[in-house]
Design a protein around this ligand. Structure first.
Ligand code: 9MJ
Length: 679
């Protein structure tokens, strides 16, 4: 009996080790070696054994990461080695001054630094005693923090035990808890579905998740941990010569660290690292708000010491803030090419993301309602990278008095036509069509855009004037323009007028697909335009084809087909096309490829999306097999997607597919489907 128990105990221990190894592969190395289903089986087996033998459950068991009973309040933990914050540098001169001071103290010409991304999360300290995770705390005021041990235990990239050959008496690992951008988006989607509040950014989501008195809630949130330092320790193995060696040691203890950290020299090294990380920022899986530079040699760090609660051997070089507070002065409505009305917040000018922002999109009325945005509100404006600035959230505490709720107008603010909202759409639309000057301007801009007719120099300001002065009403009018009419426009020198006329002339030689795209037919983007040109071969055929025939073309569904038929049914559109052709616009006609050639294939018209890694074939091979059966592979999941093939470690496409209830296929099901349709 005793031997039997001993055997079970060993089995449980080996399951624990194996599961934690997979946690490490998955969460720290981003490199899972087994499919999730296999992981789940191991986990279930361990849970089963633990249920049968509760006396054998250990505190370091991965099953114990699921959270514990709620606390009444957090207790306090004192930091024996203070968790100090860093001084900030905002401009290159600040970094130059930092490096100069360092060189002066060290009497050196060029200093070696460790440069790291600066995580935008919550600083924590993890205390390991004899290799076991004993306590974890927030930074608090640097000297005393809150005991959030139970919450930290739920984070799978935090080791509960250190490898057995490294069980130092004491080691405090310091780093940052954060939420990956993809997990943040998935969390907010889930919050919306459940009618719960949404988080303004990954940092708030991470902080909110970590501050839960009920750690079972934290356990439902996907949080990540990255290490960047050490606090108190009693560990002879901890390298004390260089920051970089200490980081290597933490990696050997299975702590995740920033892969982008790098050793650089001198101020040039620092500034070029800043540039390089800045350009990668959008593509990183987590939010950062700058980079951190640390003198690499620990002896030198000690020589430099501290000034007023911050180390002199390190500095944070911040990126321009991507969020700022300001006030909404007004909400106006913009009309787009298809008549879609977009509410826009007019803001008290604010410097954010490196530029002064005066307008921010409010997306649509559902977003306004969800965020409860009103004129006069103090709001958080976000401008990330080159993305259009948006109102991320409001600061309700700063709303001084009840202000009226914003409503979309019942008439177009530009042409006063009726505004409608179709049942299946989030947007309101102006019904004015090309009668509406706003839609006309956008239609002309689209017609002239680079991927359409590519008329260089025909920008927003110019089109605005042309439409306002009634020189141009339709794209066809562009080809009737004379020098005098153009040169009479404001700020239009003769030379630029000539250049524009030249560009208009050159645009006459085009391709059928560009021309179709340029017409701006609803739901006909560049790819569809290319398909239409490829399969139909001529504009006349496109103008006369029935919607049933159109749907024979791969990727053309009933909605697209109807849009096309509606567009060409309009007398007005036919006239514009005739005028455009008469003006000399031309392309090489060719016999359309019969859509039959693809349409008769067994999966034609179907769209697949691939996510995760397939074990039996490469992504390219999968795409090829799908294409051979006449179906398409798309990079994005939408309502139109027919199948999402889910491999190992799927990405956010999986979550999207679940939320849109798209049919999911695992690898076996995918293979079976291919087999069934083999010709
Ligand atoms: C962050 N936030 O990423 C430090 N940090 O070092 C990095 N913070 C730090 N290092 C000493 N990478 C104090 C704070």
């Amino acid at each position: 009996m005793c031997a039997e128990i001993e055997k079970i105990k060993q089995q449980m221990q080996s399951l624990r080790t194996e599961i934690e190894q997979h946690n490490h592969q998955y969460y720290a190395l981003d490199d899972p070696v087994i499919p999730d289903t296999e992981y789940d089986k191991l986990f279930a087996r361990l849970q089963q054994l633990e249920q049968a033998h509760p006396q054998l459950i250990t505190v370091d068991s991965p099953t114990q990461r699921v959270g514990a009973s709620p606390l009444k309040e957090f207790s306090q933990i004192a930091h024996v080695v203070a968790m100090l914050s860093l001084n900030n540098a905002f401009v290159d001169e600040d970094v130059e001054a930092f490096d100069r001071r360092v060189r002066e103290v060290l009497l050196s010409n060029s200093v070696e630094y460790m440069a790291e991304p600066k995580f935008d999360g919550i600083a924590v300290s993890l205390r390991y005693e004899k290799g076991i995770f004993k306590a974890g705390a927030t930074r608090g005021d640097g000297y005393v923090g809150e005991d959030i041990t139970l919450n930290l235990r739920t984070i799978r990239s935090i080791p509960l035990v250190l490898p057995h050959d490294h069980s130092p008496l004491l080691l405090e690992v310091r780093g940052e808890v954060l939420m990956l951008k993809a997990d943040f988006l998935a969390l907010n989607e889930r919050q919306v579905r459940m009618g719960e509040k949404i988080f303004a950014n990954p940092r708030n989501a991470a902080a909110g998740s970590l501050r839960q008195l009920d750690s079972t809630i934290t356990a439902t949130r996907r949080l990540a941990f990255f290490a960047y330092g050490v606090g108190e320790f009693d560990d002879p193995d901890l390298p004390r010569d260089k920051q970089s060696h200490m980081m290597d040691y933490l990696v050997s203890l299975r702590f995740p660290v920033a892969k982008e950290a790098k050793i650089v020299s001198g101020v040039e090294g620092l500034l070029s690292y800043y540039q390089s990380i800045g350009s990668q920022r959008e593509n990183l899986s987590y939010d950062i708000d700058g980079v951190v530079y640390k003198v690499n040699a620990v002896l030198d760090q000690e020589k430099l010491g501290y000034v007023s609660r911050a180390p002199r051997f390190a500095i944070a070089h911040k990126f321009p803030a991507q969020e700022a507070l300001t006030q909404i002065l007004d909400i106006t409505v913009q009309v787009g090419r298809t008549g879609a009305l977009t509410p826009v917040a007019r803001l008290r000018p604010v410097f954010v993301g490196g530029v002064t922002v005066t307008n921010a999109t409010l997306h649509n009325i559902d977003e306004i309602t969800r965020k409860d945005v009103r004129i006069g509100d103090t709001v958080v404006v976000r401008r990330a990278g080159d993305v259009i600035p948006e109102v991320a959230s409001i600061v309700i505490e700063k709303r001084l008095q009840q202000v009226p709720i914003f409503h979309m107008p019942s008439h177009c603010p530009v042409c006063h036509s009726h505004v409608v909202r179709y049942a299946d759409e989030a947007v309101f639309r102006c019904t004015g069509g090309l009668f509406c000057p706003a839609q006309r301007k956008q239609a002309i801009l689209h017609f002239a855009s680079r991927r359409a007719m590519d008329i260089e120099g025909l920008g927003e300001k110019l089109v605005e004037q042309m439409v306002d002065h009634a020189i141009v009403r339709t794209p066809a009018d562009l080809y009737k323009l004379g020098l005098t009419a153009l040169a009479n426009l404001q700020r239009m020198a003769q030379k630029s007028a000539n250049n524009i006329l030249q560009a208009i002339e050159e645009s006459k030689h085009t391709t059928l697909s560009r021309f179709i795209y340029a017409l701006g037919i609803r739901n006909v983007g560049e790819t569809t335009a290319k398909d239409l040109a490829k399969y139909l071969g001529s504009l006349d055929r496109l103008m006369t084809i029935s919607d049933v025939q159109l749907q024979q073309i791969p990727d053309v569904g009933p909605v697209v087909a109807q849009s096309i038929v509606n567009f060409f049914a309009e007398q007005h559109n036919q006239e514009v096309i005739e005028q455009l052709r008469a003006s000399g616009i031309h392309w090489e006609e060719h016999e359309g490829q019969s859509p039959q050639s693809d349409a008769i294939k067994p999966l034609s018209g179907k769209t697949f999306v691939l996510t995760g890694t397939l074990s039996g074939m490469s992504r390219e091979q999968a795409k090829e097999k799908i294409a051979m059966l006449g179906a398409k592979v798309s990079g994005q999941v939408s309502k139109k997607t027919d199948y999402v093939v889910v491999g190992i470690d799927p990405g956010s496409k999986y979550d999207k597919a679940v939320s849109l209830a798209v049919t999911l296929l695992n690898e076996d099901e995918f293979m079976a489907l291919l087999q069934d349709h083999q010709q």
